[in-house]
Design a protein around this ligand. Structure first.
Ligand code: 5GP
Length: 174
């Protein structure tokens, strides 16, 4: 059974409580602005669904498919866009929704990229941050949890495309 290979790290109830808090803060900060939640696929699809429902504003949701060049375990910072936005984001207040910031290279690239595409503002919301591997300083305006240098799965995050459907954030056991 695939659940035998994982150990719960952050239970679903704790995630839900934290996501509600983030949603309330975003609701206050983005009142009277043109909020676009930009979900970075695939890992942030679950987080985005919960976060969007915790924000009490008339927002728009967009999805961006990205892939890092290089091997699968280390981020190179060169990001290929595999699925683009459906509408321009010129003049909009873009909030990037990321599952996890590890080296920070992916998020840093995306923030620059979206600024160049004419967004009025670009900020970052990440469920998780692993400060141990930081390669570029990155400003995470809304952060769920800081975690150690461990590989996590569940709540949208995968290992070889599996475990995304686990409701808790889990650590893979050897
Ligand atoms: P960065 O460019 O910040 O190093 O890479 C961030 C991306 O690496 C995340 O969006 C995610 O796809 C992947 N990643 C980093 N750490 C983990 C982890 O612990 N678990 C999973 N499933 N993906 C991770």
């Amino acid at each position: 059974m695939y659940r035998n290979n994982v150990e719960v790290s952050i239970p679903a109830d704790d995630i839900a409580a934290r996501v509600r808090e983030l949603g309330q803060r975003i609701t206050e900060d983005y009142r009277d602005r043109r909020l676009v939640l930009l979900s970075v696929l695939k890992g942030s699809f679950v987080f985005t669904a919960d976060l969007a429902r915790s924000i009490d504003l008339p927002l728009r949701v967009e999805f961006l498919g990205v892939q890092s060049y290089g091997d699968s375990t280390t981020s190179t910072g060169v990001v290929q866009i595999t699925q683009d936005l459906t509408k321009p984001i010129e003049g909009e207040d873009v909030l990037i929704v990321e599952d996890i910031v590890d080296t920070g290279l992916t998020s840093s690239y995306l923030m620059n990229h979206l600024q160049h595409r004419g967004a009025a503002s670009v900020k970052l919301c990440a469920l998780l941050h692993k400060p141990a591997k930081t390669a570029v300083p990155i400003d995470i305006s809304y952060l769920g949890f800081t975690i150690g240098d461990l590989f996590v799965v569940g709540y949208g995050l995968d290992a070889a495309q599996r475990y995304r459907n686990l409701p808790d954030l889990c650590i893979l056991k050897e």
